[in-house]
Ligand binder design. Structure first.
Ligand code: AMP
Length: 606
């Protein structure tokens, strides 16, 4: 989702636009200048600044490597992975297992760090301020415009929280862009003349995203995207910690300080095992114990990591299915995020997509590269490149029998416009209630209701009124629904802000529900459709029987009544197979009735 705003003071700021990857584990800042993409190194000479903030009573907060060191001494004043808490409320799934959280269930959360009570936005703003000062020091000018990246599945609250963090840090946030899209932008720049389809497999510290994009002569189009906000290198660290605590018989006995220390050791061990087959972990004086050494092999790590990596498989397959592609149709699979350095992740991706992943992008830097290139595009320094966004869930209206009628399917590129014609279910009906829905389920009641509008139209016989319903979504994700009576021209319009910004968990839940209930949903839809057909046919046949009474033999009349009884029984028993069979037989039995009716009418005219 791309959006744009003036800064908090309402001023359109001047100056260069920096690109920022505000990561769960590490953050980066860079700029496109004079034809070069530059990522700035911090005062420790590293382009990665750990997304860690440590508060103290007297001093300004410490950020980055220095805060990471403080985490060992003052874990109660130090916070890691704050990105997971952005836009969350107390009790949300992302809060599970987190220390320091403060507030009543359902409240926007606060974090208690030492004697400070801060919001996730304020913590993120500290990281952003640090990045800002790194860029200003390197550039020698003040920097106030930024593009910030977020995971593709960040919902509106999380994006707004990120924007607020940027503003608190003194930035005008020019755009919030999706991380995989940014990575693809970085990747696609040197392939401008090609038409290609690529998958971005983004496995970072806290989140996993798989996006499928089409690159066509400088136009980037996201075909589909699927992800999990709670899956990444941190998940592996957690599993590895448990293995170690088990090995050392230390379960439940470590205090926060020792746990923090162990977490850092475990994380570096995991990272080292990407390059070594075996390492020795030195565990210094944990929980009043003597210093210990434990050997850890890549094999052991992979045994733990593989089930976690496997969880990305169904998400990848879903994204491929949504894009209507097979793995073989992809030209490239690119890897983004620190966890993709693991050999086991690379071979998993190779096996899943039937081709070796493209490693030309630096897994830590592709996202910030894309962000700074987007900055260059906005400033007019790079031409012929556009980014498009997609609808995460289908949009439609409720139609006869309580069914979902999809107007804009999931994963449609925005901006987009689509419409359909509807008619009246009853004679002399003069109003139509249009219920706007979002979701992937077949029955309206299982989807989310976005809103409702009522349109009056010229009364007409059943099936004769014509009401056009048009959905359009603009580049900012605003959905406008227009309903028009084609006869009178009367129309109603309703506008819904951010119809494409749906919470990531909600999208995931909706999709997994739709998969889980796929068969029963399909049967429910088929039954409703057959029921509607039966409700049309039964009165029509009754009517024909009355009209043709004198022309039909009693055998024929009895046969027709028997077929109608079969249909009624199947309806009563809600039996789809017998209903379909009954309708088919009734249809065959009534062949010829229409001709007889026409002949009778002609005869009456004579
Ligand atoms: P990101 O969110 O993209 O910065 O990725 C951070 C995650 O990548 C953390 O879980 C890191 O431990 C992990 N990571 C970084 N380097 C490596 C490596 N060499 N091998 C395995 N995991 C790594």
């Amino acid at each position: 989702m791309i959006d744009h705003k003036l800064n908090t003071r309402g001023i359109e700021p001047q100056g260069p636009i920096v690109g920022i990857d505000l990561g769960t584990t590490n953050s980066l800042i860079g700029i496109y200048d004079g034809g070069f993409s530059i990522i700035f190194a911090n005062s420790e000479g590293s382009r990665l600044t750990p997304s860690v903030v440590s508060y103290s009573e007297e001093l300004a907060p410490l950020i980055g490597h220095v805060a990471e060191r403080q985490a060992l001494l003052y874990p109660e004043k130090t916070i890691i992975s704050v990105k997971r808490l952005m836009g969350q409320r107390i009790g949300d799934p992302q809060c599970a297992g987190r220390n320091h959280l403060y507030g009543k269930s359902g409240d926007p959360l606060k974090i208690k760090l030492g004697d400070k009570l801060v919001t996730p936005e304020e913590v993120s703003a500290e990281i952003l301020k640090e990045l800002k000062s790194i860029a200003e020091e390197r550039l020698g000018v003040s920097v106030s415009r930024a593009i910030i990246t977020v995971p593709a599945y960040f919902n509106d609250a999380q994006r707004q929280a990120t924007r607020r963090a940027g503003e608190l840090a003194g930035f005008c946030v020019e755009r919030i862009i999706s991380e995989p899209t940014a990575a693809a932008l970085a990747y696609g720049l040197d392939k401008l003349k090609d038409q290609s389809k690529i998958a971005v497999y983004d496995f970072g510290g806290g989140t996993f995203d798989l996006s499928i994009l089409k690159l066509d002569h400088g136009l980037f189009e996201v075909l589909s995207t699927c992800g999990d906000t709670n899956l990444g290198g941190d998940t592996m660290d957690q599993a590895l910690m448990e293995l170690l605590l088990g090995k050392l018989a230390l379960k439940n006995s470590l205090d926060l300080k020792s746990l923090t220390r162990l977490h850092q050791i475990v994380r570096s061990a995991k990272e080292e095992l990407s390059y070594n087959e075996e390492i020795i972990l030195r565990l210094p004086f944990l929980h009043h114990r003597a210093s210990e050494e434990v050997t850890l092999t890549r094999r052991e790590l992979e045994d733990i990591a593989l089930p976690i990596i496997e969880r990305t498989r169904s998400l990848c397959l879903r994204a491929l299915a949504d894009a209507e592609l097979e793995a073989q149709d992809l030209d490239e699979v690119i890897l983004v995020g620190g966890a993709t350095r693991m050999p086991v992740v690379r071979s998993f991706v190779e096996q899943l997509f039937c081709k070796p992943p493209n490693l030309t992008q630096h897994p830590d830097e592709a996202v910030v590269m894309g962000a700074l290139l987007q900055g260059a595009i906005l400033q007019g320094n790079l031409e012929n490149l556009t980014l498009l966004d997609i609808t995460p869930l289908s949009l439609g209206i409720e139609t006869f029998g309580g069914l979902m009628n999809v107007i804009i399917p999931r994963n449609t590129t925005i901006p987009t416009k689509a419409g359909e014609l509807f008619t009246n279910a009853r004679t002399d009906q003069n109003k139509m209630k249009i219920t706007l829905l979002q979701g992937e389920r077949e029955l309206a009641k299982d989807n989310w209701k976005l809103g409702e509008l009522e349109l009056s139209f010229t009364p007409a016989r059943k099936g004769e009124a014509r009401v056009g319903v048009q959905f359009s979504i603009d580049a900012n994700g605003i959905l406008e629904v227009l309903a028009r009576d084609i006869t009178s021209g009367e129309e109603k319009i309703i506008e819904l802000a951010h119809a494409i910004d749906v919470s990531d968990e909600a999208v995931e839940a909706m999709i997994s529900d739709s998969l889980e209930h796929a068969f029963e949903d399909r049967d429910a839809r088929l039954f409703t459709e057959a029921k509607l057909q039966a409700e049309e046919m039964l009165p029509a046949v009754e009517n024909a029987l009355r009209e043709l009474h004198s022309l039909l033999s009693s055998d024929m009349q009895n046969a027709l009544r028997a077929r109608m009884d079969d249909v009624r029984l199947a309806l009563k028993q809600e039996e789809l197979t017998s209903l379909k069979k009954g309708l088919q037989e009734l249809d065959q039995a009534t062949q010829g009735l229409a001709t007889l009716l026409v002949e009778k009418a002609m005869h009456e005219l004579d």
